[in-house]
Design a protein around this ligand. Sequence first.
Ligand code: F6R
Length: 607
Amino acid sequence: MCGIIGYTGHRPAVPLAVKGLKSLEYRGYDSAGVAFVQNNKLTTVRAEGKLGNLESKLETMNISIATSCMGHTRWATHGAPIERNAHPHKSWDESLAIVHNGIIENYQELKDQLSSKGYGFRSETDSEVFCNLIAEGVKQTGSLEKGLSWAVTQAEGAYSVLVMEESNPNVIYGARCACPFVLGVGQGENFVASDVPAFLAYTRNVVFLDDGELVRIDANSWEVKNARTLEPIEKEVHHIEWDVQAAQKDGYKHFMLKEIFEQPRVVTDCLAGRVDWQKQEVLLPELGTLPVPKRLHIVACGTSFNAGMWAQHLFESWARIPVSMEIASEFRYRDVILEEGDMVLVISQSGETADTLAALRIAKEQGIPVVGLCNVVGSSIARESNVTVYTQAGPEISVASTKAMCSQMAVLLLMGLSWAERKNLLDASLRTEMFDGLRKLPNLLEAELPRIREDAKRLAREYSSARSFFFLGRGVGYPLAMEGALKLKELSYIHAEGYAAGEMKHGPIALIDPEFPTFAIALNDQFFAKVKSNLEEVQARAGDVIALTNPNSDLSVKHKWVLPDVTYPLSSFMVLPALQLFSYESADYLGKDVDQPRNLAKSVTVE
Ligand code: F6R
């Protein structure tokens, strides 16, 4: 999730932009850069790594007092995190520069069209394609405003973009399509940024830009228009009172809560460019470079392991691939039998987990192809895997993993469909059901999340004095139950165990009494009848039950927590935030450190 700032006014703009980028550091980044006009020449300065590297570079340069500047911190999606791929990007003719956040889905198609018109490319990024597209728009329409508007009609995807011309740097244009963008209204100066903290030191007057809007700023004026028709749009100026910390969390109390609420966006971003909705096909070219595995070993830790176990069900039933699930710290010390035709799939949000990395190296030493599913571009696992598929969830700040698991599940589901397709096993009705369901999922999730949170809050309070919890499920509900238990223990320090519901009577049920509640996943799917009877066994021992279920389910438990009917297995995308929010609300109510639970680190780089 890149950070953007654009400034035009009366102050030295380059240091101001760098300072603005610093207050967006929480978004995560791996390179940074600025663009301004110096001696009538559009100049970009970019550096890999942290903002300190950019500052050191700027110090060695004789920078004139530019009063307009665009700055960017990049979280790599297309192309490695190296200087060449860092923003700002200049158009091939160097007449304009852009900073861009988001993904241009049809960038390959646009790149081919632009190449045939003589445009060249200096990076591997979709952003540079967008930059040349705007330059082409200016050529066709005669102005930057119309050129940007034309480019918006050609580009598909989710983005926010700022553009500046060498010939008129004191006017900056921007456009928003499903990526955050705000305008800061100052006196004799104006700002556009990905988030409010970037300019909070200078103004608290903010205009929230909406999707499909184009913005123009100069030092003394600003205007917002419909990005396609260029009709003016009246916008309200809000005065905000938040401090910088609250602003970084977008008004949410914790990063964890913010990240849970980002999940609809995360699903959209994961699917971006990976689904041909018309042909109902999965586009995962990375995966296509390797044969469909005869046998798959999924290796991961913690939440990533739970995501893998969830996908095991889909790979086996859709693509008929035998799957073994492996905890990385066990796999690395077992004499695992790996044979020709096998594949190892390592899953890691951070891409740095020591045990998962060790497992990857063992597989590679034995000549077994490794696919890495990672969130962090350029991480060790991403670099060392034979093929890397990125989850595109954006940086996860909260130590407890939430949106990363959602993104892993979304990509794993696509992998399952893709392998089933390649083996000619993809049933037509399943295909239609999954593509229709996936298309609707982000909006449905977005609409439901506030209500799910209210239910979570109520239940968390009621059960705040519980000392132990069982989480039960079957099928894909089992890894979700494990995830529910993991989240509850790591955040609220309440003892919780995730169990396959059918295992209860083989021992654990002895623990059930009125003080030991059970949290069950009992959706209207093929597992419902069996889970129901397991819950009857629990209740027969005076156990208290909360069940995540669907409307009209034939279940009699103390708390039916009703989620909307969503087709299997997409229903898991509703269950996951409910489990996350229950843990979040429990921990917050109990006064725990939600974003940084005790004894835990975000990246476990030691054994
Ligand atoms: C739990 C959590 C951990 C991680 C685990 C693996 O909320 O975050 O269980 O999932 O440490 O980390 P990655 O995915 O970075 O390999």
